[in-house]
Design a protein around this ligand. Sequence first.
Ligand code: BGC
Length: 329
Amino acid sequence: MNLVVLLLGSLCFLSSQAHAAPIRIGLSMDTLKEERWQRDRDLIVAKAKALGAEVLVQAANGNDALQNSQAENLLTQGVDVLIVVPHNGVTAASIVASAHKAGKKVIAYDRLIQNADVDLYVSFDNLEIGRLQGEYIAKRVKGNVIWIGGAPTDPNAKMLRDGQMQALKPAIDRGDIKLVTEQWARDWQASEALKHTENALIANNNNIVAVLAPNDGTAAGVIAALKQQKLDGKVLVTGQDADLPACQRIAQGSQTMTIYKSIPALAQAVVEAAIELASGKEVKQANRKVPNGKKDVTSVLLSPTAVDKDNMRQTIVKDGFHKASDIYK
Ligand code: BGC
């Protein structure tokens, strides 16, 4: 009898091992404000499902304390690994500490968490994005340029600036380009970019050849300010994200360029890496090390592409990122 019970017990144990519970991924997001973040969320959930994993999502509306408590909550719910898009690259370090206390690994997604023992960073090369934006301006115009930065709380904003300055420095040194205003846009808000552009236009009697806007959301604010002065389409405006309104503006001429980042590729990379980390495996796609003040973080960095009206069809449309019928209305 005892032997039968023992046998049955072992059989149950074996079968429970064979049907191990699916890996659960916690996704802690800063915001869903920009179009891209909704895409990131939807794709991460879908790709995880396709690989047999589950995703629990929380978004913090730009509130640091809320993001930290949401991440704690995900850990309490027993997720196997955390993917974090930090609102604040500095205060999010405590999320890493909590996760490690619970024995879980943390992936910083798109934005690197600073001064923390982050297990992996998955993003586009932000220095390269900055360089592409700076180069685009340096190659095409001479004169006064308005510089607008992203959120000062977002480490990407600083990486972008470093890349932009590398590309612009020779033209600035030659005197071909003058940065007449340098202002950061709190929380990447379009209204901040609008205000900074209005002020700079007034201060320079509208004598501006380009505005370096860090992303498409802020570019929308910049273009609204240019429009008030009938300067839209006459001043070069950069961007980033290839969101649909920006692609429409490029087609119609009020925005000059954007940076296309394939979110499907990024989401695929992060889900594969999350499953590898949760299963105690090496991350196959790791291709770089990026310093975060504490260590050189193992990273998967993808390459961005500069897009303007000349190559939109061969990039964004060809990849199916947006449909031509939606862009060229
Ligand atoms: C991202 C951009 C985004 C911005 C505002 C940055 O960290 O890299 O793609 O536009 O945040 O959300």
